[in-house]
Ligand binder design. Structure first.
Ligand code: ADP
Length: 552
């Protein structure tokens, strides 16, 4: 398995573990949150009950203490406002209360003191009857949207703390749930507190990180007149939620990270190598194979296969090229045979038939004999060239290196080609006389002679006016043979093919110049064999200059 794939799997495994751990942690956190809410809710309900009970029991203590008192009984029997002012009215300021009423058994108010809002408050007959029976009553009432806690008790002699005797009258105390009281409660209970009248319930569950509890408030008829609502903020819940949010953020980022890493690695491991494969195959861009081989192991294997495939394809193309070349060669050879062998043979056969006719004149007979001679020479030259190319191609051309005088090589050539030029009415030039007398050369004389012959043969053949020159220059390390003519020259596009066998600028059967198309191929191969270098320079219509450099 490739290293990159291992890293990919390890990263996915790590991300999965992180993902699972985070999910578990979130679930634990959620449970903890529920537990916090549950416990806090219970605690809030206890606080709420305690707060309400505390307010009610404060009032109960006061009213209990005052209502078993002989002086109070006396007051009911003989109401004395001064006494009430001095002894009862002070309750309001002493205990921070807001109203009091002293009522006799006939439900007549004997003395009262209260804040303005309570001015029109009337204690119903049934309430007093109820109180008469129960000895104590407490209830809530809303007056002008203000909440009041009422506490009532029956009046008894000092000796009857348990209120077993018949009551002498009734006493009511009222405490208003004012801002000061609510502030105090809020401070002590660590809650926000407010009240509302009516029986509507308030849905506060959507307030973040808080819990709520409400206490129903009843009037003396046991009808709900409103509610007290306690709201407590839970910092722990907030903290818990923050942790939970962070976890969710962590999960989201790890999932995102996982996806990103997978995309990146997929791109690196699959998409990019696939693209490379596409480019290599489509555009045959083999330079990219090395890059592909550096990819993951599978693609490296594909890279190796493609490389093999490309190599095989190249080999096949080369073989096909060779086959095509060989086919071309065969066709050229056949064409050549047909032209270069049959033409002189036809000449020889025709002339031989005619020459035996006794009626033809002597000059005609001489002409025919010359034709037979030219055709035979041409045929001989062609066959020699076939032999030479075949020997050279099979590396079996014999080579004889020897020392010889330059004159032995050049003089016969000069004679032969001066004559040939003369026949074509063109000049033949050579600089042989400028060379040191008796200059000795060491190479295969016969082969070098063949090369120069081919050069001169072509020069004369392709030149109809001007000159043909054989120029020899002695250089410090080499000797240079130049065959220069002023003939038809060679088209630039044909330059690269000039040394290939059977290649001729005009190879048609109707061509103006005869020749096997082997001369230059033979010359090139011989030069390679004797360690010489052959090159040429030519422009169409401006003649040719062939150069053979032979190291000394
Ligand atoms: P060929 O028997 O046709 O002369 P070569 O191999 O000697 O065969 O030459 C190949 C071809 O090169 C010729 O057919 C001709 O087109 C061109 N060529 C060679 N030498 C010359 C030259 N001196 N001037 C013009 N063309 C030449």
């Amino acid at each position: 398995m490739g290293t990159q794939r291992k890293i990919l799997l390890a990263m996915i495994a790590l991300m999965l573990i992180a993902f699972i751990v985070s999910i578990v942690a979130i679930r634990i956190n959620k449970k903890r949150e529920n537990l916090i809410i549950e416990l806090s809710q219970e605690a809030l309900e206890i606080t709420r009950n305690e707060v309400v009970k505390d307010q009610e029991s404060k009032l109960y203590r006061i009213i209990y203490d005052y209502t078993y008192w002989d002086d109070f009984v006396n007051f009911i029997q003989n109401p004395d406002e001064e006494w009430a002012e001095e002894n009862i009215s002070t309750i309001l300021s002493s205990f921070g209360l807001n109203g009091l009423w002293m009522i006799d058994l006939n439900q007549k108010v004997l003395y009262s003191n209260f804040v303005n809002q309570l001015g029109s408050y009337v204690f119903e007959k049934d309430l007093l009857s109820d109180l008469h029976e129960k000895r104590f009553v407490n209830f809530y009432d809303f007056i002008n949207d203000e909440l009041f806690l009422f506490y009532g008790a029956t009046i008894h002699p000092t000796s009857d703390a348990d209120r077993l005797t018949d009551p002498f009258g009734y006493f009511f105390l009222v405490k208003k749930w004012d801002e000061e009281l609510i502030d105090n409660i809020q401070k002590i209970s660590d809650c926000e507190l407010f009240f509302m009248s009516g029986i509507d319930t308030l849905n506060l569950s959507n307030i973040n990180n808080t819990i709520q509890s409400s206490k129903a408030l009843y009037n003396w008829k046991d009808e709900q007149v409103g509610s007290l609502i306690f709201i407590r903020t839970l910092p722990l819940l907030n903290l818990n939620k923050q942790i939970s949010n962070q976890m969710q953020l962590f999960i989201s980022s790890s999932v995102l990270g996982m996806i990103l890493i997978i995309i990146l690695l997929l791109n690196r491991l699959v998409s990019r190598p696939l693209k490379l494969v596409g480019e290599i195959i489509e555009k045959e861009d083999v330079t990219k194979i090395d890059r592909l081989k550096q990819s993951s192991s599978d693609f490296a294997r594909i890279g190796n296969l493609i490389e093999k495939f490309v190599d095989q394809k190249k080999e096949l193309e080369y073989t096909m090229h060779l086959a095509q070349a060989s086919d071309r060669l065969k066709t050229a050879f056949l064409n050549n045979i047909s032209h270069e062998v049959r033409t002189p043979l036809n000449g020889i056969v025709g002339a031989t038939l005619l020459i035996s006719d006794p009626s033809i004149s002597l000059p005609e007979r001489e002409e025919l004999s010359e034709l037979i001679q030219i055709s035979t020479e041409r045929l001989l030259r062609t066959i020699t060239e076939y032999m030479d190319i075949s020997l050279l191609n099979s590396d079996s051309m014999p080579i004889f290196i020897s020392d010889f005088k330059m004159s032995e090589l050049i003089k016969p050539l000069n004679e032969e080609y001066a004559k040939a030029c003369c026949l074509k009415n063109i000049a033949y030039k050579n600089n042989f006389d400028a060379l040191p007398v008796g200059f000795i050369l060491r190479t295969d004389k016969n082969l070098l002679g063949k090369v120069l012959q081919h050069m001169l043969e072509n020069a004369v053949k392709f030149t109809s006016e001007g000159s043909v020159s054989l120029l020899i220059y002695k250089k410090p390390q080499s000797i240079e043979f130049n065959v220069v003519d002023t003939g038809v020259g060679i088209e630039k596009k044909f330059h690269s093919q000039i040394f290939v066998h059977f290649e001729q600028e005009d190879s048609s059967n109707m061509r103006q110049y005869d020749g096997s198309g082997l001369g230059l191929a033979i010359s090139k191969k011989i030069c390679d064999l004797i360690g010489a270098e052959i090159s040429f320079d030519s422009e169409k219509g401006k003649g040719c200059s062939f150069k053979i450099v032979l190291p000394l």
